[in-house]
Design a protein around this ligand. Structure first.
Ligand code: ADP
Length: 167
């Protein structure tokens, strides 16, 4: 039987508990999950690709079914290269819908054999985004429970350093 391989693409700058929630849900029905960081030169992320990969490696469970990777270029090309048939995305709220719907249809136009699967996280993560988490952390607010502890610590360090505060 063919293996069900899904690619979960994203910026993951940084990975949050919302992303992780989606990963756990996906593992209930895929044989293999590729968590893939999109290397986008147009974005200026807080964490380097290397740092983001390291976080993901630290916080996802040790599971042979999970691969952590990075890619650039067209997502559908990468998905095909991985031998996957589906793209996994998270839907938090109506605000995600427009963009995700557009992307799913565009990707289908580019490659009709690839399906986009949407998963909904636990309610407590529906308002969590990497962007908001960074904003709160940069202002000295607590992001405990919204991101894994390792990420929380590293964010604190990063923002302290940016402000020139010695910790
Ligand atoms: P992108 O730049 O591709 O949107 P993100 O890292 O922000 O990258 O998100 C990757 C995917 O994870 C997207 O489908 C996004 O909707 C989803 N996602 C982000 N945060 C959450 C969350 N809190 N709960 C569920 N899904 C989420």
């Amino acid at each position: 039987m063919m293996k069900k391989i899904a690619v979960y693409p994203g910026t993951f700058d940084p990975i949050t508990n919302g992303h992780l929630d989606i990963v756990f849900r996906a593992l209930e029905f895929v044989d293999k999950l590729v968590i893939a960081i999109l290397v986008n030169p147009e974005k200026s992320p807080l964490f380097t690709v290397r740092e983001r990969m390291e976080f993901i490696r630290k916080v996802v469970p040790a599971d042979d079914r999970i691969e952590i990777d990075q890619f650039h270029g067209l997502l559908v090309d990468y998905v095909k290269k991985k031998g996957a048939r589906s793209i996994l995305r998270g839907l938090r709220a109506v605000s995600d819908f427009d963009y995700e719907f557009q992307m799913a249809l565009m990707n289908r136009r580019l490659e009709s054999t690839i399906e986009t699967i949407f998963l909904v996280p636990a309610e407590k993560y529906t308002y969590v985004s990497s962007r908001l988490v960074k904003e709160i952390a940069s202002l000295g607010g607590s992001v405990k429970g919204l991101v894994p502890t390792e990420v929380e610590e590293r964010m604190k360090e990063k923002f302290h350093r940016k402000k020139g505060i010695k910790i």
